[in-house]
Design a protein around this ligand. Structure first.
Ligand code: MTE
Ligand code: MO
Length: 383
């Protein structure tokens, strides 16, 4: 593999793996702005960053179980109505390091910042698929396609040198409400190489792994994609499954993200002065489910206070309201008087009343995905 043409990166990113490049920003960078700056947005790769320099000849081939296969240039995609969708992307491996501390898991370690919120600009996949004769809200195409597969330009060792790929159900791909985008912009700028230049998929509300970067082709298929990252990775197993008894075919590829919240204003083992302590962080759920509540405890989980929530600074957040961004995280803040060293804890509740689990042991899984256990930080109070 060729790692000699990697793009420049922000010096304050924590590098979890150099080749492939996997890095996350400091916690404090996350709650500082509702929309995460591109250079501080986490970067999750499985191979070298591909170089697409001939934009004139770049095209996306849409084929498979379709009546009218078609090649689309970036120009063709830019001619379709442009949408800007504010959506949070979270890697299924976010908070893996903490899960691995409970019991060793396999995978790149991440603290709490394998997540970011961006304004993605591009065409709706539902509009793109209409160009090949698939109407909106189809659960099956005339030729039998039921899933939409995204195939990338990059090459990774898990696919034996083949491209990264993933799929989503056709009903989601053709639903304008699902807001699945073929994005060419991130935060109002052309997508950069790290995040998928010239074109990437953004599947809101779903683990980051399905938002394929550097899109090369789209395939209409009858069954879900059989690629490594759909079938041999990013599946949630019970704590009893280990590397000797695992049977990958017993579980579905993970799609929606469960409800999550994290305190970002404190590192573990922070020292604070006695008195008023304000903590802030992010909360987000999958499937477009809003955040109903964020509870914060300043005594290790014995008693709780409700945090204030907002997306745009100064405007209180209301779940499921027109004023809020359905696919985006919610920032929260809570204050209490803290006199003794303690553990500060956050847990969120989504609009379906799903709550984060208390202990990481109960959701432990061998790949270390979906660590949504209560987020705890230890604070030392010194005079
Ligand atoms: N797409 C390609 N082509 N190659 C990849 O390695 N990684 C996936 C997804 N899309 C990946 C990919 C994973 S696991 C995540 S979490 C997101 O991209 C990360 O997107 P980002 O690097 O823009 O934050
Ligand atoms: Mo990921």
């Amino acid at each position: 593999s060729d790692y000699s043409k990697e793009p420049p990166r922000h010096p304050s990113l924590y590098i979890n793996s150099k080749e492939p490049f996997n890095a996350e920003p400091p916690r404090s960078a996350l709650f500082r702005s509702y929309v995460t700056p591109v250079d501080l947005f986490y970067k999750r790769n499985h191979g070298p960053i591909p170089m697409v320099d001939d934009i004139e000849s770049y095209s996306v081939l849409i084929s498979g179980l379709v009546e009218k296969p078609k090649k689309l240039s970036v120009k063709d995609i830019r001619m379709l109505p442009k949408y800007e969708v504010t959506a949070t992307l979270q890697c299924a491996g976010n908070r893996r390091t903490a899960m691995s501390k409970a019991r060793k898991v396999r995978g790149v370690g991440w603290d709490v910042s394998a997540i970011g919120n961006a304004v993605w600009g591009g065409a709706k996949l539902a509009d793109v698929l209409e160009l090949v004769g698939i109407p909106k809200l189809s659960s099956s195409s005339k030729s039998g396609g039921k899933h939409v597969e995204f195939i990338s330009v990059d090459k990774c060792k898990e696919e034996n040198g083949g491209p990264y790929k993933a799929s989503i159900p056709l009903i989601q791909a053709t639903s304008p409400e699902a807001d699945v985008l073929l994005a060419y912009e991130m935060n109002g700028e052309p997508l950069n190489r790290d995040h998928g230049y010239p074109l990437r998929v953004v599947v809101p509300g779903v683990i980051g792994a399905r938002s394929v970067k550097w899109l090369d082709s789209i395939n209409l298929i009858a069954e879900a994609c059989q690629g490594f990252f759909m079938q041999k990775d990013y599946k949630m197993f019970p704590p009893s499954v280990n590397w000797d008894n695992i049977n990958w075919s017993t579980r579905r590829p993970q799609m929606d993200f469960p409800v999550q919240s994290v305190i970002c204003s404190l590192e573990d083992a922070n020292a604070v002065k006695p008195g008023k302590v304000t903590v802030s962080g992010y909360a987000v759920s999958g499937g477009g489910r809003g955040i109903e509540r964020v509870d914060v405890s300043f005594d290790g989980g014995k008693t709780w206070v409700e945090a204030s929530r907002f997306q745009k600074f100064g405007i209180p957040y209301v779940a499921d309201d027109e004023s809020s961004d359905k696919w985006a995280w919610v920032l929260f803040e809570a204050t209490a008087d803290v006199q003794r060293s303690t553990e500060i804890v956050a847990k969120a509740v989504d609009v379906a009343a799903n709550v984060q689990p208390e202990n990481v042991e109960d959701i432990w899984n061998l790949r270390g995905i979906l660590n949504t256990s209560w987020h705890r930080v230890q604070v030392r109070v010194g005079h």
